[in-house]
Design a protein around this ligand. Structure first.
Ligand code: 13P
Ligand code: ZN
Length: 282
């Protein structure tokens, strides 16, 4: 089978196009990676070539040895993922030590995987372990409202989680574990990769102040849906804060607890919310 005919490739391209249409990607902003299933690799292996050299990842991910990742190219524009797929992304193979990769398909005009490849792979390593291999997608982009909020809210995941949950009733259902936040850091390196992967032990969302957001998920739809939900909640909060510093009313800690105890609701949407997010506000 051709790589471009595979369902996983179609999902990868659809998410990229959706991200572009939602204004999450200016120029080359953002990156996407997908840990391919063994059967997906076998189905398209006929198109692989093994002539390109092994390169250093810049991180050590031994639990990903031998895995194949579909990943966007550094400097490539998201709107071109669907228009010029072979030029915009690639499939990479990880070596048996988990320190090197080689490109086996794509990036036909040269290039390398995203500069955030260390962060992506370290996040994948954490998510593969904590979800027993279920999570396969890592998505990073530059959404306007999340970035804007990072100039207003403290760099504190507990505060961010509570404020985002209050912004839209579905939020505590979609990201009940909360969100993690990092202060501004130099992008593209090992330091930010380590710090982000630490957050991914607990959360599926990591916010990089003044830069953007990382989301992890099992499918392309769920990962994009999570990203979209957080960004929409950020937009609502920003609109409220643009009008008033004092909310007249909001979703209260007691309301959040009702989500967990209401028999009809909780039988359909069972959710456990950590009390640390339900603190009393001064
Ligand atoms: P790349 O073009 O290397 O993927 O970088 C874009 C980006 O968003 C860096 O954080
Ligand atoms: Zn970025």
């Amino acid at each position: 089978m051709k790589v471009l005919d595979a369902d996983c490739t179609k999902g990868f391209m659809q998410l990229s196009e959706d991200g572009w249409q939602h204004n999450y990607h200016e120029r080359n902003g953002g990156n996407l990676s997908y840990r391919m299933k063994p059967e997906e690799v076998e189905a398209v292996r006929e198109e692989f070539t093994y002539t390109r050299e092994w390169k250093e990842i810049g991180a050590s991910v031994p639990t990903l040895a031998g895995e194949h990742f579909m990943v966007t190219g550094s400097g490539k524009f998201f709107q071109n993922v669907t228009r010029h797929p072979e030029d915009s992304f690639c499939i990479t193979e990880i070596d048996e030590t988990g320190t090197k990769y080689r490109i086996v398909w794509g990036l036909v005009n040269g290039g390398r995987p995203t500069s955030e490849f260390p962060s992506h792979l370290m996040n994948h390593a954490v998510k593969k372990r904590v979800t027993d291999g279920r999570f396969r997608v890592i998505y990073h982009a530059h959404p306007v409202n999340v970035i804007a909020l990072s100039f207003i809210l403290p760099n504190d995941g507990i505060v961010w989680t509570r404020e985002l949950w209050e912004s839209m009733t579905e939020c505590p259902i979609i990201f009940s574990e909360g969100v993690g936040v990092l202060p501004w850091m130099v992008p593209g390196g090992a330091d930010i990769a380590v710090r982000t992967s630490e957050l991914m032990e607990t959360y599926n969302v990591a916010i990089w102040a003044h830069h953007g957001m990382f989301c992890a998920g099992d499918t392309f739809d769920n990962t994009f849906g999570l990203f979209h939900t957080v960004e929409k909640a950020a937009e609502i909060l920003l609109k409220v804060l643009s009008v008033t510093k004092e909310k007249r009313q909001t979703i209260t800690p007691e309301n959040f607890r009702q989500l967990q105890t209401d028999p009809t609701f909780s039988s359909q949407f069972p959710v456990t919310l950590d009390e640390k997010f339900l603190y009393e506000k001064k």
